[in-house]
Design a protein around this ligand. Sequence first.
Ligand SMILES: Cc1cc2nc3c(=O)[nH]c(=O)nc-3n(C[C@H](O)[C@H](O)[C@H](O)COP(=O)(O)O)c2cc1C
Length: 193
Amino acid sequence: MEIHSANGYLPDQFLQDGTNHRTDEYGGPIENRARFLLEITQAAIDVWGKERVGVRLSPSGIYGSMSDSSPQETFGCVAEKLSDLGIAYLHVVEPRIKGTELISVSEPVAAKNLRQHFRGTLIAAGGFTGESAEAILQAGDADAVAFGRAFISNPDLPERLRDNLPLTPYDRTTFYGGGAHGYTDYPRAQTSD
Ligand SMILES: Cc1cc2nc3c(=O)[nH]c(=O)nc-3n(C[C@H](O)[C@H](O)[C@H](O)COP(=O)(O)O)c2cc1C
């Protein structure tokens, strides 16, 4: 079970001080802002066990007008507390990157930063190619990489990356259409067997 605390969803709104303006024990210092996520995580662990619960964070995401005044400190602290809970993994959406250029994030927090605070399995996601995925694994900044868009248009993505087969480009205009077309009807790679 993955607890979605990224991309401006409710637990993320509690974590970041740009959206959390509460004055009770769920607002103010990061120890308070993290309380909601930690309580949810603990409740899930109580039911399913820590080895079946992961958490997703997007420390540098700006979707939904999210912001924090000190993201390194905020997410470093959250990662440390999640580490103490012994969850199965931490899943980090990487800062948005266009080529090698970072898009409009002043103090980006990436998997490699949270690695210093989280002692378990770390998954990175967001804009990866086969090459950049291999690079982050080799650098030791993540233990695994998650793919979104490329997986839609390449249902056999792991095999294609492993065998160096060309990837089918995705068609963004079909992503939110609600039907199978452009979601589940991309073919597997043609191979000789
Ligand atoms: C069609 C589509 C719908 C998505 N919907 C959501 C969503 O509702 N909430 C969310 O947090 N992320 C959503 N994402 C983002 C993915 O969870 C994931 O972070 C992203 O696709 C991974 O990066 P990549 O596509 O660059 O590999 C969506 C992605 C796609 C392609």
